[in-house]
Design a protein around this ligand. Structure first.
Ligand SMILES: [Zn+2]
Length: 205
């Protein structure tokens, strides 16, 4: 078996959404051996930085949070689709010929996986594709961008996915991953009332 870690590494200079300083992780040594018998580090970071899953509260007032998390939906078979030919956005036309079925969890590998700096023109899922996935009643979708959409009016991609309780994973790194089926362990840090949770995501082939 081969284990692929498809998570982003958390570092102070990692790529963050729109390069905003407020989204960059800040590491601070809280104590060291000069002052204390133990070395301890504090990290301050936005939960939408790095590999993470979004909950409806992210885009919907009073939406569901991490308090209602079903772990079994994150430890399961997934299908990876190679979408590296796409230049701007994944739309419905790009999906209709793919083997996407009800209850699938699908991951899209795009050019985003080859970029270590934030690209303001990252590949995203447009509204027509989100509606298609909504109608297909998939269970989850993962992307290799820090957003499942970018600057779409009313955030319809998020909303169409949340409407059918489709889990959204953002910030995957899929450069090493070929199209195909894998077993996924997407393991969140346990937290209540959050609009996102950091994930460590391992694919097994
Ligand atoms: Zn997010």
């Amino acid at each position: 078996m081969i284990y692929y870690d498809v998570s982003m590494k958390i570092t102070p200079d990692m790529q963050v959404y729109k390069n905003k300083d407020s989204k960059k992780p800040v590491f601070r040594v809280a104590s060291d051996f000069d002052t204390s018998p133990a070395h301890e580090t504090e990290v301050t970071m936005n939960l939408h930085t790095g590999t993470h899953m979004d909950f409806p509260l992210h885009m919907i007032k009073d939406g569901q949070t991490s308090s209602k998390l079903e772990l079994n939906r994150l430890i399961r078979e997934v299908k990876v689709f190679d979408m590296t030919h796409i230049k701007d956005a994944i739309s419905k036309d790009d999906l209709v010929d793919l083997d996407i079925c009800k209850n699938d969890f699908i991951l899209f590998k795009t050019q985003n996986s080859y970029e270590d700096k934030f690209n303001f023109k990252f590949i995203y899922i447009d509204q027509s594709a989100a509606l298609y996935l909504n109608q297909k009643e998939i269970r989850g979708v993962g992307v290799d961008a820090l957003g499942v959409e970018r600057d779409q009016e009313n955030h319809m991609t998020h909303k169409l996915l949340f409407e059918k309780d489709i889990y959204i994973i953002e910030g995957l790194r899929l450069k090493e991953i070929k199209q195909g089926s894998y077993f996924m362990y997407a393991l969140p840090i346990k937290m209540d009332h959050a609009d996102a949770l950091l994930l460590s995501v391992i694919l097994v082939a």
